[in-house]
Design a protein around this ligand. Structure first.
Ligand SMILES: Cc1ncc(COP(=O)(O)O)c(C=O)c1O
Length: 306
């Protein structure tokens, strides 16, 4: 996909034209992956444009900075305001929002703390991440030969630029095998997550998802789905998941800001359930899309209107 340009990018405190939001080649981030970012969606609702789970995303950005000792020169309130300002300036009705804080020019030391921290907010108009049909028909995936990081190597809870090299290996391998996405196992061989999504499975009437200790990113959509599933009366169990449960699950689906709720129809060529979107996945999608599109009451305060 090429990025559809927007008019403005918020860059270090002001809106600048897209082509002028550039970074020097000596910036620390370019050499060592020293950035923290978020992926957020704004939806067109019946009452205007609304950002989904803005508070949670900004808090995760701040937490990622805390883990990597990055002193962000903006408060949560300032970042939220800047995000809304950028969407307004670009006139989007719906969009994908990418805030990124990174270490700029300040030397090549591996202790990066004397590099300035810069913040940019990019907004683009963007459709379905795993393809337009994926939401209904589901995707074919494969278990990756690449594992997610061991807990004492990289902190999985931080959405940190350099860590996405692991995700790139998982995604490229999956595509080379003709799959839409890969599922990585954790260091102990239990199911972890996709390259950019959390995973859920339905088995014998319960819903399972890997725990934070399986080297997953604590997804915002994951939390939303746990909330909606519990509200619908399902028990959601955050437990270690052995690989073989993927093959015998009744339903499997990914969650993520980009992927939203995407059914998985096969894993390593093994058909999941009857190969169609399962009833619980469908029910959760209906509930999710009704809220984000403003057709149902936003009972958890997930939407921030422009
Ligand atoms: C590695 C990884 N796991 C899970 C997710 C899903 O998180 P969220 O629902 O907050 O988008 C993402 C996307 O941000 C991700 O990059």
């Amino acid at each position: 996909m090429t990025i559809p340009k927007s008019q403005w990018i918020w860059f270090n405190g002001k809106l600048v034209p897209w082509d002028q939001a550039t970074v020097h080649v000596a910036a620390h981030v370019l050499h060592y992956g020293s950035s923290v970012f978020e992926g957020i969606r704004a939806y067109e609702t019946t009452k205007g444009t609304a950002v989904f789970c803005l508070d949670d995303h900004v808090q995760r950005l701040i937490n990622s900075c805390k883990i990597y000792r990055m002193a962000l020169p903006y408060s949560a309130e300032e970042i939220k305001k800047a995000i809304l300002e950028t969407i307004r300036a670009n006139g989007h009705r719906s969009c994908y929002i990418r805030p990124i804080a990174f270490r700029g020019v300040g030397g090549f030391n591996l202790d990066p703390r004397n590099c300035p921290v810069e913040l940019a907010i990019i907004t683009i108009e963007w459709g379905r991440y795993l393809g337009a049909e994926a939401i209904e028909k589901g995707v074919d995936v494969a278990v990756s030969s690449w594992r997610r990081m061991a807990p004492d190597t990289f902190p999985a809870a931080a959405k940190w630029g350099g860590q996405y090299l692991n995700s790139q290996l998982i995604a490229m391998e999956a595509h080379d095998r003709g799959c839409a996405e890969g599922i990585a196992l954790d260091i102990n061989g239990y199911v972890s997550e996709g390259s950019g999504e959390n995973i859920f499975l339905v088995y014998k009437g319960s819903i399972y998802t890997p725990p934070l200790a399986s080297s997953i990113l604590e997804g915002v959509t994951r939390k939303v789905v746990i909330t909606l599933a519990s509200e619908l009366g399902y028990q959601v169990r955050e437990e270690l998941i052995p690989r073989e449960l993927l093959y015998i699950a009744d339903e499997l689906f990914f969650t993520g800001t980009a992927a939203e709720i995407t059914p998985i129809r096969s894993v390593d060529g093994v058909i999941i359930g009857n190969g169609e979107r399962g009833p619980i996945t469908k029910r959760l999608q209906e509930e999710f899309f009704a809220i984000v599109e403003g057709r149902k009451e936003d009972r958890y305060g997930w939407l921030t209107y422009l």
